[in-house]
Design a protein around this ligand. Sequence first.
Ligand code: SAH
Ligand code: SF4
Ligand code: F3S
Length: 477
Amino acid sequence: MSPASSPTAAIAAGGQGPGRGSYWITTFGCQMNKADSERMAGILESMGYSPGLDEHSADLVLYNTCSIRDNAEQKVYSYLGRQAQRKRLNPNLTLVVAGCVAQQEGEALLRRVPELDLVMGPQHANRLASLLERVASGQQVVATEAHTILEDITTARRDSQVCAWVNVIYGCNERCTYCVVPSVRGQEQSRLPEAIKLEIEGLAAQGYREITLLGQNIDAYGRDLPGISPEGRRAHTLTDLLAYVHDVPGIERIRFATSHPRYFTERLIAACADLPKVCEHFHIPFQSGDDDVLRAMGRGYTVDRYRRIIDRIRDRMPDAAISADVIVAFPGETDAQYRRTLELVEAIGFDLVNTAAYSPRPNTPAADWPNQLPEALKVERLQELNALVERSARQRNARYLGRTEVVLAEAINPKDPSQLMGRTRTNRLTFFPADLPADLPADFPAERPDRRRHQPGDLVGVRIDTVRPFSLSGSLA
Ligand code: SAH
Ligand code: SF4
Ligand code: F3S
């Protein structure tokens, strides 16, 4: 990676390579974007950029954008407006838009915000260094063509030192009629099992304790990989992959997301029950509780199938946490159909549900249908559903009261440095005392984390004494 003739002022604030100035990344959207941002931050640091203090002073500002709903997209434009203004005063500022809005809009983004230096789709995240070199040579660059995602050899700069995302499959081949993801993330591309395992071994060596395998439709893992070799590739499905990466020493917990009900198999459920490191938490979006709406969405399963999957999971893992995504006010959704969604939420007893009102998206079939529902009805349905979801989460959390849970400590609670925060195997956020020696002054913890009995990365027994809808607190068991 040659430093070339970077137009950015070199302030060399502690970066490893030649100083290029500071960078700032703001990330919108899902875990894929968070994982991509961590890789892009790693690339920037290997180029000699150092982390900036904020987006108003950094020499390179990168927005990693989300296009899943219109409000997510609009947010980006207001951020860009402010940066464009800054760039007019400081031409050395490098402005980058990455992610799903970049892919969706491409060249059009340059017309809208001519101050941009680089517009790059998600498939190009690992190419950030070479794209920036073209920018440094004076070009305005748009990288949105379909691209085979190369293995990235740079070390990602991860937010957590305990839990890490690991991409296993990029893209999505489904065609849900509301969803922009296939058009912005492209065709499914599975990583080779060997590369995934190598990454996980590297993470374990750095001290990571938990990994989350990521894919938009993670059940599709492996279906695009070449046929089984004579030696027999050992990880051709998600189930095989879980077994293949399971025994990496040092890794204590394994999670995966997002599951698609159409492909969720008995074999996978059995593997999750049998493999001790795989956590009892399943994120399986159902999107609607009505079969006709599911058909119009192109989801490829029925409510009955969804309920059977959850029953089967609970047969094998009675305490499993189930979370999901749901959309209300999909085009043409009648009141009776919407009520069926409420019924399903009530019947399943979810630990968490991400709710959204339908938002028409570019290049998706449902956006062109004439039976769109009015905004007021969307808001009304969403509010009613949210109240139900909160009740359900509160009821589900009540079961933890008085129990002792093993919590993987992830970080110091930013609001109270005498506490650690982490999650149960079922993914419940839990706060608990770090257990400081009693004779220390109140301001001690922030300066001397080494004197805490428990540190991020520890597995700690916590007796739960407070339950809230979305978090728990307890004392050391
Ligand atoms: N791959 C996952 C979800 C990806 S997007 C799956 O198949 O379920 C995350 C969530 O955003 C979706 O589950 C859906 O609930 C929501 N979503 C996607 N497109 C949407 C749209 N056009 N309007 C509202 N919500 C949407
Ligand atoms: Fe979108 Fe459907 Fe793919 Fe999920 S499975 S990312 S909802 S198209
Ligand atoms: Fe958003 Fe792209 Fe993820 S549209 S939800 S950031 S895949």
